[in-house]
Each structure stands twice: as C-alpha cells, then as structure tokens.
Design a protein around this ligand. Structure first.
Ligand code: ATP
Ligand code: MG
Length: 559
C-alpha cells in the first residue's frame, strides 16, 4: 500500500502537463492538441516523440489531437509521404480526431491576408530575395525599409490579387507583414507571408500560385482548429511572438504555442532533409532500411509500437536540448521483446556435431517452451537427430578455467534436450575444427543426468537435416561517431563518419518452425538476439533482421 502511494507521488508532472493543469485551473475546459508534420519525408523517432506527447497529453486530459499536414510548400511535398505518415501514426497506436491540411485553409488565409492589407499591416514588396535579405540588417544593425513599404492599401490589394491570379513570375513579388524593420527579433522585420510558386500542389492542384509561409500559416491554422496547446520544438521559441502577433492582429481565436526540446540520439542522423539525402545518395536501401531512424524502418527492423512509446516516455520532455544515448532505445525494445517474443533456436556460426551413440536415422521431437514470460504462448516441438549444428563460440579446444560450454572431454546440456560429451575433435588439413564427435546420455533427457552429476553449461543447437537456411542481416548504427557530423578528427563530411560495418550479412541455420515466421513477427533466437523476418523474405529465401542484441554489447566495444 505505502509503496503504491509513493510511486504515484514520485511520478511528478512534466512541464507540459503543468502548463495544461494551470490553464485548466484558470478555466480552460478543453485540451486540443495537434501533430503538424510537413509531408516532405517519412517520420522519424523524433516525430514519434512529438506524436506521443501530443496524442498522449490529449488522451490524459480527455481532449483531442488533430493530425494536420503542414503542406504549404508544393515543391517538396507528396502524397506518398502523407500516406506513410498516417500509417506510422496508426502503427504507433494513436488515432486523430480529424485529419486536416494547411491547404484546407488557403482561402481563409488569403482572406485574412487581405484583411491585414486593409488594416495597413501588410504590403506587396517587389524586391528580390537577395535584396530582402540584405536589407533585413543584422542583430546589431536595423534593417532598411523596402522602397515599396508605403504603397497604398488600394495598390497592395490590387497587386496581391494579381499575384494570386498568376500574373507574376516566381520570386517577382512577395507579401510581407508591415511590422518593424528595426525590431530586435529579426523575424519581426517585415516577415514574408506569401511567395509566388507556380507549382502543382498535391491537393489543391493549380488553384494557387501563391503559398503562405510557415509563420503565417501555422498559428492561423491552429486558431481555426481552436488548438489550445500548440506544442512544438525549441527552435520555434523565437517564432512565438510572431505567432501571437498575427493572431492578435487578426483578432482570432488565441491558440498558444509551447516548446519542448527535440529528441537527438547518439549515432543517429535525424532531420528529414538529411535522411532524404541518405536515401537519394544510395547510402541506405530506402526510407525503410532498418538502419534508418524512421518509424517505417524501425517497424521493418522489428521494433514494436509499445517499445517506441516506452522510449518516448523514458526520455520524457525537457526544456533544454540534449542528446539521448541510443542504448536507451535499445533497452526499451529489449524489455518489450523479452515479454512478447517467442523463443526459437538458430545457429549463426555453425560447427557440426555428430552424436556417435545416436541411432542412425532416428528423429526425436523435443518439447520447447515458446515464451517463459508468457505461459499462454505454449510449447512447440523441435526435432533432434544424429547430426547437429551448434555455435562455433560454444566450443573451445583450450578453454580458460570458468568455461562451462563444450570442450574436449567436457559435458554440456543441449537446450530442451540431452547432455552431450565431446569425445573427439576432427580437424581438416589446415588444422581448422570441422566436426565434433560427441556421445549423449540417453537418461538425461528430462533435465537430470543418469547419475546425478551436475552440468553447468546449456547451449542452443539445431538438427542439421531439419534446419532451414536463412540470410541473416546484422545491423549496427549507420554512423561510427556519436555525432554523425563530428569533425573532431579532421573529417570533412558525415560521409566519412559512416560505419562500414553497419550491415553484416551472414547465413544462419534455423529450427524448422521459423520457416513459417510472419514478416515482422518478433522472435528471440535464444542466446543470440531478437530477430524478425524481413519484408524481403520469401519461402525460397528466408531473410531475418536482427532487431537488437540480447545485451548492450556494441556500445561497450565501441567506447
Ligand atoms: P525535420 O527537421 O526532421 O524535417 P521537422 O521539424 O521539419 O523535422 P515537421 O514535419 O515539420 O518536421 O515536424 C512535425 C512535428 O514534429 C513538429 O511539431 C516538430 O517540432 C516535431 N519534431 C520534428 N523533429 C523532432 C525531434 N527530433 N524531436 C521531437 N519532435 C520533433
Ligand atoms: Mg519542418
């Protein structure tokens, strides 16, 4: 009882929960959040965190979370990305209240821009991009007002209308808010609201050739949807005053923006722009290459939705940027897979074992536990025969003292099966061990030995004649440096930080039950790691991915 109360107490509110509880205490009745991806790439683990926060907070406080595609740049966006984003959010276990697009609001945003022109708060500027940039000034120097800044309302209305109807080329004009060219916050120096882009939009087609900028579109979209808590990452904190400025100038529903620290992971590149480069340059097989940090790739690699949610929960929400150890994410998937993955036996680096006193042709079905963490998973049968494969590592000719696995004259238990004793080591001409001749104790099949002797080592095995061959893909991080952009050793680009061993392909011998493994279904290959069948796997050519090792081994080796 006491521990329970303590636990409840210890789980204190994160700062976003505090903000929400404060606003509710002040009379706010609803919690309405949104997740606002730009459909210009696949979602990554950082987005997963944002999804968990936005959907999680809405759920916790009985509110709703919208999915809103921030599709204001027709050049970079695509329906392929829209579809993948929806699939990924669903896979993570969340569902949105409504699905919206910033482009749904293009008419409203246009009308509001006209309103701002009428209020004398926006103007059409003919300067080129470079001139606008040059005249913006610096942090220490005020900007120079555009020669077009004081156009009359009538002229601005006329020009803006003509921008919309397609009279001008890309870049010929922009619509800017008229705020303050000397403002200490550079974003206030007459920010651009609209630019001309003659490009087909994946939803609005050719209806528009002017498109709103993020700063003009985002807050207003939040306002239209009556978002109470617009949660985004820290780099947007300088945008917040502008977010408020537009809402106040337009006198519309006052949504508020709150910022949290974005997720960064060691050995991992995160932003979509960079991930697109990895795909385009062929560094990886695609967006779903299991070495990518995308949700799509994590799913293919064998991560479970629960493990990703647990990871988001574990890293929590911070107000300051930080970098999370990749090991934490692996810890979370290991924890979940330990509970849900069925156990199987597979040998990745085989050595042949012949049991000399086993009758030729005899096959015995051994009962094996599917999941010791879940009795309901039941049992299966594993065939045992005269010739087996065991892991090469599980035999040592000259072992150190505390080596409990197989050795000359030594005895070991075969998992779910008999004790075997190594009687003879067969080598080829070059001295490589090619076969171990063993005997088994026929009375040791039920877990004890014939005379009560104790044997410490237990190893996994497969029957050579029954084993199915599979291609095994062993993944390690794509980068060998914690920071992919590390230049501390004189590197000139991230390319030089790529890990040449991020994918090692090898052959494995699997117990026959794995032949029918469903793509993505998680398994623990006992004593080896967690694996799942890959999307490339076919009945004729099985392919398994290593989701994660059983222990956090590479992190230590690499340090
Ligand atoms: P990227 O730079 O990877 O393209 P983005 O911020 O441009 O990311 P958006 O699609 O615009 O991607 O972002 C959708 C939401 O996800 C935003 O609210 C954004 O703040 C959030 N988000 C993006 N990256 C991260 C991250 N690494 N950690 C947490 N939240 C993130
Ligand atoms: Mg973005």
């Amino acid at each position: 009882m006491t521990t329970e109360t303590n636990e409840v107490k210890e789980k204190s509110l994160n700062f976003l929960e505090e903000i929400i509880e404060e606003s509710m205490a002040k009379g706010e009745k609803r919690v309405q959040t949104r997740f606002p991806p730009e459909p210009n790439g696949y979602l990554h683990i950082g987005h997963a965190k944002s999804i968990c926060i936005n959907f999680g907070l809405a759920k916790k406080y009985g509110g709703l979370c919208n999915l809103r595609f921030d599709d204001t740049n027709p050049v970079k966006e695509d329906v392929e990305y829209v579809d993948s984003i929806k699939r990924d959010i669903k896979w993570l276990g969340f569902d949105w209240a409504v699905e919206r697009y910033a482009s749904d609001y293009f008419d409203q945003l246009y009308d509001w821009a006209v309103l701002l022109i009428k209020k004398g708060l926006a103007y059409v500027d003919d300067q080129t991009q470079e001139q606008i940039r040059e005249n913006r000034g610096t942090v220490s120097e005020p900007g120079k007002p555009s020669p077009w800044r004081d156009r009359s309302v009538e002229e601005n209305l006329d020009l803006f209308e003509r921008m919309r109807t397609g009279e001008f080329e890309d870049g010929a004009k922009v619509l800017r808010a008229k705020i303050d060219m000397a403002h200490p916050n550079m974003l206030f120096r007459d920010p651009i609201m609209y630019r001309i882009i003659h490009a087909e939009h994946h939803r609005t087609g050719n209806k528009w050739c002017i498109y709103p900028m993020y700063d003009y579109a985002h807050g207003q979209s939040d306002s239209i949807e009556q978002i109470t808590h617009s949660i985004c990452t820290l780099e947007f904190d300088v945008h917040r005053p502008l977010y408020d400025w537009f809402i106040e100038a337009l006198e519309i529903y006052p949504s508020h923006q709150y910022e949290f620290a974005r997720l960064n992971l060691t050995y991992t590149m995160m932003s979509k722009r960079n991930l697109l480069k990895l795909v385009k340059e062929g560094v990886v097989m695609g967006w779903d290459d299991p070495r990518m940090p995308t949700i799509y790739a994590l799913r293919r690699k064998g991560y479970t939705p629960a493990s990703v949610r647990a990871f988001a929960e574990m890293v929590g929400v911070a107000k300051r940027d930080n970098v999370i150890d990749l090991g934490k994410m692996e810890f979370c998937v290991r924890e979940d897979l330990n509970k849900v993955a069925e156990r199987r036996m597979a040998v990745l680096n085989p050595i042949k074992v012949v049991i000399t006193n086993w009758e030729e042709g005899k096959v015995e079905m051994r009962k094996a536990v599917n999941n010791p963490e879940n009795e309901a998973a039941g049992m299966r049968e594993v065939p045992m025969s005269k010739v087996l494969y065991i892991e090469r590592d599980d035999f040592m000719e000259n072992p150190p003292k505390k080596y409990f696995r197989l050795q000359p004259g030594g005895e070991v238990r075969l998992r779910y099966s008999y004790l075997i004793k190594c009687e003879e080591v067969i080598k080829d001409e070059e001295g490589n061990i090619v076969e171990l001749r063993c005997t088994y104790d026929p009375l040791s099949g039920e877990g004890s030995s014939s005379d009560g002797r104790r044997v410490k080592g237990v190893i996994h095995w497969v029957s050579a004649e029954h084993a199915v061959e599979a291609e095994i893909r062993l993944f390690s991080p794509l980068f060998k440096t914690e920071d992919p952009f590390d230049t501390s050793e004189g590197q000139t680009s991230w390319e030089e930080n790529l890990n040449p061993e991020s994918l090692v392909v090898t052959k494995g011998y699997l117990e026959p039950a794995l032949k029918s493994a469903e793509v993505g279904a998680p398994f623990q290959f006992e004593r080896v790691g967690y694996f799942c069948a890959d999307t490339d796997s076919t009945a004729d050519h099985l392919v398994f991915n290593r989701t994660v090792t059983l222990k956090d081994s590479w992190a230590k080796i690499n340090k």
